[in-house]
Design a binder for this molecule. Structure first.
Ligand code: NAD
Ligand code: ZN
Length: 249
């Protein structure tokens, strides 16, 4: 495919790539996206279930409603597209991964510089004393019916997963890191995002105004297709396979 080759050529020439990933990079790991054909948006209550007001009003209901999603995320393994970004970092061509995902799969794959704009489900903290917790075993216990709400071992307050819920603020340090990396990049690689969630979707605009081309790999149209240098309409697994082969892995 002509676009795939063009995209790989741009990757080959670039030295300060910033990758910007969305839910589409993890669908091949079995985690549904929001707006794709079988996306989570098909469930109309999703926004309410994933809101800070739901967590504060009724933590038990929050965990009951979300535990299936949490467990799916917990069991997922990184894809070839996650691997591609690790390889680019190893080659010294990629300066950061910026992700909207909460699944922690970039870390699991081995990426080092990762800005998680929407946080992660893998860890949590106590809203009262600030203690930090690994969340995986709590999700298993909830699913097995042995636990209703994970509580802080120090003060018994319900633990909140470190994820940006609807109604939460973006983590400022991750956002600043993403903006700084983007302002210095020489290529932005957008992988599997519909680019409609703000302010995260502003980042490709920052790259373009800094003079960096944008490559988009996504199965469906995105809000930025007309501004991109190359748009690849291909499954990320297939794209990553071609790119890894071209980069010598
Ligand atoms: P989105 O669901 O709006 O868009 C995903 C895009 O990826 C779609 O346009 C779809 O066509 C494309 N896509 C799906 N599978 C693909 C594949 N195999 N190859 C190429 N393209 C593919 O996702 P978004 O833009 O990231 O916004 C969703 C929001 O939901 C984010 O804020 C994110 O925090 C959250 N979310 C995260 C996860 C996760 O962590 N894995 C999953 C669902 C939602
Ligand atoms: Zn506490």
């Amino acid at each position: 495919m002509f676009e795939t080759e063009n995209a790989i050529e741009l990757i080959r020439k670039s030295e300060r790539i910033v990758a910007f990933s969305g839910a589409g990079i993890s669908t091949e790991a079995g985690i549904p996206d929001f707006r794709g054909p079988s996306g989570l948006w098909q469930d109309e209550d999703m926004m309410e279930k994933l809101s800070i007001s739901c967590f504060q009003r009724n933590p038990e209901e929050f965990y009951r409603a979300n535990v299936r999603l949490f467990s799916e995320i917990w069991q997922a393994k990184p894809t070839l597209a996650h691997r591609l970004l690790v390889r680019l970092e190893e080659l010294g061509k990629l300066q950061a991964v910026v992700t909207q995902n909460i699944d922690g799969l970039h870390h699991a794959a081995g990426s080092r510089t990762v800005f998680e704009l929407h946080g992660t489900y893998r860890t949590g903290h106590c809203p009262d004393c600030g203690d930090n917790f690994e969340m995986g075993h709590f999700y298993s216990e909830i699913q097995e019916g042995r636990l209703k709400v994970p509580l802080c071992s120090r003060c018994a307050t319900p633990i909140k997963p470190d994820v940006v819920l609807f109604g939460d603020m973006l983590p400022q340090d991750a956002w600043q890191g993403a903006v700084d990396a983007t302002s210095e990049c020489d290529l932005m690689l957008v992988l599997g995002s519909s680019l409609v969630v703000y302010p995260a979707a502003e980042l490709p605009m920052f790259a373009i105004s800094g003079g960096a081309p944008v490559v988009i790999v996504n199965l469906e149209k995105t809000a930025y297709d007309s501004l991109a240098e190359v748009v690849v309409r291909e499954k990320l697994g297939d794209f990553a396979k071609s790119a890894l082969a071209a980069l010598g892995e």
